[in-house]
Design a protein around this ligand. Structure first.
Ligand code: SF4
Length: 364
């Protein structure tokens, strides 16, 4: 059982071995101009991605659905979703971005007003600042609680889902609230509603998620099958990405401020956090020269892997010189801190501008 609301430390390959997710590497060569997240194995798994590739290649209609949970500050670990959406926008997808305010209420006790404010100030402003134009006609951002099409569909879908099934997937018990039990069905409707006749009818849909969200994908695919006759649903595809680690070890999380660089941090704060981040370096310079560092266990390297877009050879060189002991952590950290400070100088400017327009995205 995987708990999408907990902090389960899931071994990524478990998904592939136990839950039927396929390695993304098997379709990578067929992706026209794959994103760096795909090339570098950050997007590591998929279900039924062939349908999406076919749609991209033939220029036919397909949708992407990926939600934002308005329950804390947006950090650079969340940036990878925006980077993926920018790529999907470029290859012609229609993009749906539900703001999971109903789930935030039922699973985390956050009221709708607060969710709306967090969504605008943290996430919508962040997405815009990171370069996704949310005013485009092919991009739809909505609050779950305000989307009647989604709510109506969820109610119909709930007619064929029972408690035993939800208990088996999510571990719900007799003391789980009705609202919490209903939250997954709303998400299923978020994913399937782009296929309703009102929005153009059945089409391939892909959901980029972290591995902890796979229970929702499996439930959605099961339910889509039950309603295939009524709505003609095509089973949604999914991709799975790794999470960036925390700056101080463990998981990057909004609830552990030192573990993350937040989009609202100043360039100086962001730089300072990188300078204090955990590395994969050795105890002494002598040891590092002799044994080399361990980039696989280094948040500095991971920061570059996730965020230094489009520069694979440069990244490979950093990896190699770390491993062979010619690059020392001090120099490597300095360069990365500089890279992040520059990135945040630009981001802070864009974010400030985006804050003045973000509220309008939900009015459209
Ligand atoms: Fe990390 Fe760079 Fe040190 Fe290697 S040299 S362990 S990549 S900080």
């Amino acid at each position: 059982m995987i708990d999408p609301w907990g902090s389960a430390n899931l071994e990524y390959m478990d998904l592939i071995e136990k839950f039927g997710v396929r390695p993304f590497s098997e379709v990578l060569d067929d992706v026209p101009e794959p994103s760096w997240l795909m090339r570098r194995g950050i997007v590591f798994g998929h279900r039924d991605y062939g349908r999406i590739l076919e749609a991209i290649r033939s220029g036919s209609d397909f949708a992407v659905v990926t939600g934002m949970m308005p329950s804390g500050r947006m950090h650079i670990g969340h940036k990878m979703i925006v980077d993926q959406l920018r790529w999907y926008d470029k290859v012609g997808a229609e993009i749906f971005i539900p703001i999971a305010d109903m789930e935030a209420y039922s699973a985390r006790g956050i009221d709708f007003e607060t969710s709306r404010r967090i969504a605008i100030e943290e996430y919508i402003a962040g997405y815009i600042a990171l370069g996704l134009d949310l005013t485009k006609d092919n991009i739809h951002v909505y609050l779950q609680s305000e989307n009647l099409m989604v709510e109506d569909l969820a109610y119909v879908l709930a007619g064929k889902v029972n408690f035993n099934e939800l208990r088996a997937i999510y571990g719900f018990t007799g003391s789980t609230s009705m609202a919490h039990m209903y939250a997954p069905i709303i998400q299923v409707a978020d994913i399937l509603h782009p296929q309703l006749e009102e929005l153009g009818g059945p089409r391939p849909t892909v959901v980029p998620v972290g591995p902890d969200q796979d229970p929702h994908i499996r439930l959605t695919r099961d339910i889509a099958g039950r309603f295939r006759e009524k709505y003609g649903f095509i089973l949604p595809s999914s991709t799975y990405h790794r999470f960036m680690g925390g700056l101080t070890g463990g998981k990057m999380s909004s609830s552990r401020p030192k573990s993350a660089i937040f989009l609202s941090d100043t360039p100086e704060e962001a730089e300072e956090k990188i300078r204090n981040a955990k590395t994969g370096g050795r105890e002494t310079l002598k040891e590092q020269r002799e044994l080399g560092g361990v980039p696989e266990d280094c948040i500095i390297y991971e920061t570059l892997l996730y965020h230094m877009s489009g520069s694979d050879p440069e990244l490979e060189e950093i990896y190699e010189s770390c491993r062979n002991g010619t690059l020392m952590c001090g120099e490597c950290k300095n360069n990365t801190a500089e890279f992040i400070r520059k990135f945040f100088e630009e981001l802070s400017r864009k974010r400030k501008k985006a804050l003045s327009t973000a509220g309008r995205v939900l009015e459209g």
